[in-house]
Design a protein around this ligand. Structure first.
Ligand SMILES: *[C@@H]1O[C@H](CO)[C@@H](O)[C@H](O)[C@H]1NC(C)=O
Ligand SMILES: *[C@@H]1O[C@H](CO)[C@@H](O)[C@H](O)[C@H]1NC(C)=O
Length: 278
């Protein structure tokens, strides 16, 4: 590990928020840029996604470590912002969310339900082609389906279009590429994670402490934490429901992964008492 001499400087200083002047200085001295591959080794990745290459998983061999690392280079702020604990927690939160989206786990699964992330690369029995024909900016192509694909299960024409535009592929004409090319697949998940959709914050900003709650957010209990990220990902269907099984599944992945990263989960894991953004 080439960066070990810098590691002590990555401790989280609580005094950081006291003034913006000290923030600037300390973030220069204290928060060096290190590649995320030094926070998540191939070994750790393969332990996290213990069963992704099982024959039982339709995504067998589709999500190798190297594709994740390569895609992350396209988003240099991901997993490199803030102190060491913040960085690890953000990566754990991202991996937990994509795990729920692609899980092949069940309650009594070998090694537990939270060892089965990245088991699927596309939705198996979509109820529609996920075309919102009222969206004139991102018109659907005939015969194309904008069903869930890739780690975040990107869906709908109005997401495929902008994701493709940002990442350099034609999301509307060629949505299949998200389940054919694993680097592009990871890039769509990271694009979703990093992109703010006003007034909805980005998952990234929430996990690195850059989310500023408005009055409306505070009234809706939308305070920073893993639960708020769940709210961004699928709050319209899952949040505001105490003890929702889907939300609990996301939390279960996050708890297992933060343990493997040796970092705490932070507060507000649940969104059971949050109003959704939409
Ligand atoms: C992508 O996969 C689909 C089926 O999953 C296949 O029909 C298509 O030819 C593939 N496209 C590319 C560019 O590999
Ligand atoms: C906010 O959370 C509290 C419980 O902590 C709950 O009683 C209240 O109804 C929640 N508010 C909204 C808007 O959901």
């Amino acid at each position: 590990m080439t960066f070990s001499f810098l590691t002590p400087l990555l401790f989280c200083f609580i005094a950081l928020s006291s003034s913006s002047a000290s923030l600037g200085v300390e973030s220069f001295i204290g928060y060096p840029i290190i590649p995320i591959s030094s926070l998540i080794s191939k070994n750790l990745y393969d332990t996290i996604f213990l069963h992704k290459d099982d024959t039982a998983c339709p995504a067998k061999n589709f999500y190798p470590y190297q594709s994740f690392i390569e895609a992350s280079k396209y988003f240099p702020q991901f997993g490199t912002t803030g102190c060491l604990a913040t960085r690890k927690r953000e990566i754990a939160a991202f991996l937990a969310q994509i795990s729920h989206e692609t899980t092949g786990g069940w309650a009594t699964a070998p090694d537990g339900p939270f060892s089965w992330g990245l088991c699927f690369k596309e939705e198996i029995s979509p109820q529609s082609n996920y075309c919102d024909s009222t969206d004139k900016d991102w018109p659907c192509f005939e015969g194309k389906t904008y069903k869930g694909r890739g780690p975040i299960q990107l869906s709908w024409n109005y997401n495929y279009g902008p994701a493709g535009k940002a990442l350099g592929f034609d999301g509307l004409r060629n949505p299949e590429i998200v389940s054919n090319n694993s680097v592009i697949a990871f890039k769509t998940a990271l694009w979703f994670w990093m992109t703010e959709r006003k007034p909805i914050p980005s998952c990234h900003n929430v996990m690195v402490g850059k989310y500023l709650a408005t009055k409306a957010d505070i009234a809706a209990n939308r305070t920073a934490g893993f639960g708020l990220v769940t709210n961004i990902v699928n709050g319209g269907l899952e949040c505001g429901i105490p003890n929702d099984a889907r939300v609990n599944d996301r939390i279960g992945f996050f708890q297992r992964y933060t343990k493997l990263f040796n970092v705490d989960t932070g507060p507000n894991l649940d969104c059971g008492y949050q109003k959704s953004f939409q």
